[in-house]
Design a binder for this molecule. Sequence first.
Ligand code: HGY
Ligand code: MN
Ligand code: MN
Length: 417
Amino acid sequence: MARFADPQRLRRLIEGLDRFTATPGRGTTRLTYSAQFRQAADFLRAEMEAAGLGVREDEIGNVIGRLDGANPERAAVMVGSHFDSVPNGGRFDGPAGVVAGLEVAFLLRQHGLLPERPVEVIAMIEEEGTRFGGGLAASRILTGALDTARLGALPDDDGVTMAEAMTAYGLDPALAHRAVLEPGSLHAFLELHIEQGPVLEARGEDVGIVERIVGMAQVKATVRGQAGHAGTTPMNARRDALVGAVGALARLPDLARETGPDAVLTVGKLEVRPGGANVIPDLVTFTVDIRAPQEEAVRALVERTRSAIEAAGGNGLTVEIEEQLFVPPVPLSADLHATLSRHAAALGLKSRSMVSGAGHDAMIMAGFAPTGLVFVPSRGGISHAPEEWTDYEQLARGVDVLFAAVCELTLPPGLRP
Ligand code: HGY
Ligand code: MN
Ligand code: MN
């Protein structure tokens, strides 16, 4: 049983948030700045207020609840994750970490604890990059790694830029730069996330304490040819963008295998235009997601992918490649890793040190403040799918570890529960 966190409250929060999806009954689809996203933000505002937090939305739409504590001028401990989703994803990816932060706030209130420094709970936008590509947008903007002047150049699949979508959401993109955190304003950043893999469940362990997150890159390729009639255009007279793209795509998995056993490559989005069964395609776009534990492997695979795509050019086809994201492998704070591991043990939980194959805002925040990341088990290791599941008791045990660490970071020994 969890020592502090309340599984039923966690269930209420997760299920409450999961009502706001564009694909009810077919998983969670909640795109940044969408109508569902606004509803979710309003739900989170209300819960943060109920937890005794002062609530604001920053200039890019992050929802932030703050408990000033005894010394408001001190650097804050920030706890949170993202509340956007992949298409038809699960209800825990992101929200588990947001509700974990909320639960920490509820527990501080319940135990009558006044932290010595501010505690902030954050629900972040656009971690997945489902709408505007790349991903990790909130943490990259907060830490100055993504220039807000570029938000007008990040289009979604309908050509609506992030800046335009912000305006429609009621934000002013010209003020987005004000969301950037002051250096030194965070004492620590802590994130709880579902593992999204099979290890903890397979080994019967309660929590994973992440020591490092693999490097990742994302490129977007565009192959252009000439539209034409499927019936009247001889095969040797075609500039078929899809035939060119397929040639490149077919080679990519082997490039990953040749790069090394831990390198992975995924083509997750592919669009063929104009999309008529009797029309020769003149435009194909696709994304390539690349990950590896070593930076040089990521770089090597990006370059080999780039070459394979460029080889599709010629014979009347042109190719464009846009690098949407590059993040080297990130070691997380050894001190916070030790703190989290010590509290897991003190709580009688089975924990293991892990490397994360999934990307998280923690990998960006780690460049700004000492950062820790706690995993809880995923049933069958499934994620980015409607079947994603974590038992609420398991989630509560992970929150206990987070709560104990927050208390250590914000309370003198004699006042910690
Ligand atoms: O892609 C990832 O690793 C994360 O889910 N954004
Ligand atoms: Mn995800
Ligand atoms: Mn996530």
